[in-house]
Design a protein around this ligand. Structure first.
Ligand code: HAM
Length: 420
């Protein structure tokens, strides 16, 4: 990520952090390396991630470590180790790089970044609804308006096992239409066949039985509650019975936010409930719900929108002519930063003639150049030259410069607010 794109990243991270804070979520920072076993036991041995995408190696003690492919497993591991999960309510979030050895393409990278949310200790559908509403608010805060929310329920492990049997029977009856990958999945992870992107299999998949028919009363009520809250909060959604997710730990609610603006890699955020995972990893049973969003994909979306709030440029550029000005300039810049908190002041360093320095000032995007040369130092003044308007430059007494600039910068800000 080069400096030309990091302002957009910072905008994204700022907006998301503010929304998360407004819902009372607390940040957790987890290590990037974990024991390989953790991911095998949580994500599932026969998932794409564990079978072929992990960056796994032995350390000097011969222990197998893996660069985390996602954050949920590590969050549960850390939560268990530090007593955050049992008999407690937690609303957590994290951000950072994740690693998957996938085939790189637009929107899919081997190192990518997520902001994730994980909640613990809440059994009811209210928290499922809350995390979805929270994600919807994040899109509003970012100015992203045309994502599609897809939701589904995977039922309980028991309900899913019943369904799995029926599904396997259906696929066996249509085995001539299964591609090689699906033939293999038929034995290992038949639900994932539903997720296949192979267009030749579409008609057969469209006719496959759905899980809805195998749901018990409690699972139905759970899902109905989530849907009701989404409707009441005016968050539109579609129920996608084929949404199964690529990680094994989910139960009941699953969801994805999808865009058609990014080509094949259109899922910008995904998650759901994973009640069985804590127990599966050796803890006492703790209900859990979470999601993670892919920051590269969101940044790519934001690039198509070009949000003004993400733009950063310098406010003031100090042009320093001569040796005395070079010394004095650093002190003036400090005084400006003391008096004008939040204002970006770039002090010319590295010398250069007037022309070169004005070129740098222009390239920095500064609104004003402040010029200090021998004359100004002798008169105790500084020249303020607007760079983005036709206004004339003026010489201002050094003692008044902070006050004057405060007024001008405020005036500029008011004007641009009026325009919006
Ligand atoms: P996931 O669906 O594997 O879920 O990833 C979540 C999001 O990360 C995806 O929707 C996508 O935006 C982004 N993503 C995944 N792989 C890549 C990649 N190779 N390049 C760029 N972006 C990518 C999880 O990771 C779960 N831990 C989410 C979760 C949290 N479920 C419950 N809690």
């Amino acid at each position: 990520m080069l400096p030309s794109s990091t302002s957009l990243w910072q905008f994204l991270e700022r907006q998301v952090a503010a929304v998360l804070a407004s819902y009372g979520y607390r940040e957790i920072r987890m290590p990037i390396l974990e024991m390989t076993e953790l991911f095998k036991r949580s994500i599932g041995e026969v998932t794409d991630i564990v079978e072929k995408e992990m960056y796994t190696f032995e350390d000097r003690n011969g222990e197998s470590l893996t660069l985390r492919p996602e954050g949920t497993a590590g969050c549960v591991r850390a939560g268990m180790e530090h007593g955050l999960l049992h008999n407690q309510i937690q609303r957590l979030w994290y951000q950072g790089p994740m690693f998957r050895h996938e085939r790189p393409q637009k929107g899919r990278y081997r190192q990518f970044h997520q902001i994730g949310v994980e909640t613990y200790g809440m059994q009811g559908p209210d928290i499922d609804a809350e995390v979805i509403l929270l994600s919807a608010r994040i899109w509003r805060a970012l100015g992203i308006s045309d994502l599609e929310l897809q939701v589904n329920t995977l039922g309980t492990p028991r309900e899913r096992a019943d369904y799995r049997d029926e599904l396997v029977r259906y696929f066996e009856a249509h085995s001539d239409q299964l591609d090689d990958d699906s033939q293999r999945r038929l034995r290992t992870n038949p639900l994932r066949i539903l997720d296949s992107k192979n267009p030749a299999m579409r008609p057969m998949l469209d006719g496959a039985p759905t899980l809805m028919g195998h749901l018990g009363e409690a699972s139905r009520a759970h899902f109905a509650f989530v849907c009701e809250i989404l409707e009441r909060a005016e968050v539109s959604y579609v129920v996608n019975p084929r949404l199964v997710r690529g990680l094994d730990y989910y139960s009941r609610t699953v969801f994805e936010w999808v865009t058609d603006k990014l080509g094949a890699q259109g899922t910008v955020c995904a998650g759901g409930r994973y009640d069985g995972l804590v127990e599966q990893l050796g803890g006492k049973s703790v209900p859990a719900v979470g999601f993670a969003m892919g920051l590269e994909r969101l940044v790519a979306l934001l690039e198509t929108l070009d949000p003004a709030a993400a733009k950063v440029s310098t406010d003031l550029y100090l042009v320093l002519l001569g040796d005395t000005a070079m010394r004095e300039g650093l002190i003036v810049a400090e005084q400006l930063r003391n008096g004008l908190p939040g204002v970006e002041v770039l002090c010319n360093c590295g010398g250069g003639g007037m022309k070169a320095q004005f070129k740098r000032a222009d390239r920095s995007g500064a609104r004003y150049a402040l010029v200090l040369g021998d004359d100004e130092i002798a008169n105790n003044t500084i020249v303020v030259k607007p760079l983005r308007t036709d206004e004339q430059q003026v010489a201002i007494t050094r003692d008044d410069v902070v006050e004057q600039l405060r007024g001008r910068l405020q005036g500029d800000a008011d004007q641009s607010a009026e325009k919006m």
